[in-house]
Structures are given as C-alpha cells and as structure tokens.
Design a protein around this ligand. Structure first.
Ligand code: ZN
Length: 248
C-alpha cells in the first residue's frame, strides 16, 4: 500500500481529525517560510512587541512595512492543499485546523473562521490593543496615507496593531487552550508542512498521541517528530492532500 493510500485509509477510519499546519502548506502558495533564507527575517529585523508599544518611531516603521506588504505574508491565494483541508472540514471529518500561519488562507479556502485556530494570529487585519476592536487594513492605510497619523482605535483611541503575535508577545491563551482540547479529543492528528520545532505548539502531536490519537506527518523534509508518527510522508502537501481528499 502506498503512503497516500495509507493516509486515506487512516482518514477513513478516523471519527475526528485535527489538522495542524505550518509554513510548508503556504510556501506552495508562494509565501516564503519566514525562517528560510528568502524569508522575511533574513531581509529585515523583527520589531518586538515591547518596542512597538513603547516607540512611535517603531510603530511607524511597522505600519510602513505592513502597508507596503514587505513581509509578503498576505495577498496570496489558497492552493490545492488548503482546498483539500477545507473539504475535510466541510465533510464533518475534521473538527478544527490549528495553524502557525498568519496568512488567512484556510479561511480564504472556505474553512469557517470558527474552526481555524490561529497560534500566531492573523496578518490580514488589525486589532486595538486596549479594547480588541477589529480594524481593516485598507481603512487604516487610507487614513495613514491621507493624514500621516499612526493608526489609532476609532472607539477608544488605543494603539492598533496587526493581529499577529509578535516577537516578545506571549502565546495567545484561548487558541492554546482550544488547541490542547482539540488535540485531546481527536483520534487522528495530521501535521501538514510544519517542522515541529517551535514549542509549545510542537507539543500538540505528542499530546494527541498520549490521548489515543494516531499521528500522520506530511512534510517535504524530515521532522524531529517523524519517529513518533504512525505515518510519515515526505512529499508536496498539495499533491498528497488533493489525492487523499479528492474533490467530488
Ligand atoms: Zn480600542
């Protein structure tokens, strides 16, 4: 039996699947892996959360990066891998998609936002750091370009920031708790395109296994956790997932 057939069989036998995605699923949409040589942090240094809050100059630099899309995190389209994951959710087989990505491509491919758990936030919109109100980037950009003023909350005047989790910012509590609950409730945990090195997120596969789930890893390169997995596929995610979860 081929690896793809085995993965299809594992999905068929599962009652509740959780999909965990990393940069690898989105590199196939042209978004560079932020840790790779062409990735954003090889081209510019990150602005830490504390710097953003403390310094108007850093906030200006950060917004200029965002509005020029320098980081390359947004503006791409979902690929066949995202759509295969969306079919898995739409069929009722997968209960949630846990993602390390900030590109909104799972939502763009049709996964309901309520079923996407974002560990590192989302780069496609902004929120007020004080009251949490959502702000759209296009509105903030138009105002910034017209006035030169830094974005501020239209409700409370607070500091507005892109909704990603920045360096120096703690992991978001609710998504972490939801991810733990999903890992414990599933009977198949599928990792797509994550090298599984960044903790605490990289602990979810083992947590799922301890709770009785099978573990499948699809990644182009070997990962540290391949030894734990019931199935490992070293291949392109889009090709594998569109063959394993075919469109009708
Ligand atoms: Zn506010």
């Amino acid at each position: 039996m081929s690896e793809r057939q085995r993965l299809a069989e594992m999905i068929g036998e599962a009652r509740r699947v959780v999909v965990f995605t990393g940069a690898g699923i989105s590199t196939e949409s042209g978004i560079p892996d932020f840790r790779s040589p062409g990735g954003v942090w090889s081209r510019m240094s990150p602005i830490y959360f504390q710097e953003f809050v403390a310094s108007e100059e850093k906030r200006r630099e950060s917004w200029e990066r965002t509005f020029s899309r320098k980081a390359g995190w947004t503006g791409a389209s979902p690929n066949v891998g995202h759509y295969a994951v969306a079919r898995l959710v739409a069929s009722g087989k997968a209960s949630a998609v846990i993602t390390q990505n900030v590109d909104n491509l799972h939502q763009d491919s049709g996964v309901p936002a309520s079923q996407v758990i974002e560990l590192h936030g989302n780069a496609s919109y902004a929120t007020c750091l004080d009251c949490g109100l959502r702000h759209e980037l296009e509105d903030l950009k138009a105002l910034f370009e017209a006035t030169g003023d830094l974005p501020a909350c239209r409700d409370c005047g607070g500091i507005v920031k892109v909704a990603t989790i920045s360096f120096g910012q703690s992991m978001p509590t609710l998504p972490m708790l939801r991810s733990e609950a999903e890992a414990q409730a599933c009977d198949l945990f599928i990792v797509l395109g994550s090298s599984l090195v960044v903790y605490p997120a990289a602990g979810f596969p083992a947590l799922a296994q301890r709770s009785g789930a099978r573990l499948a890893i699809v990644n182009r390169e070997p990962t540290d956790q391949d030894v734990l997995a019931d199935l490992v596929v070293h291949d392109e995610i889009g090709a594998v997932m569109s063959s394993v979860v075919p469109a009708d």
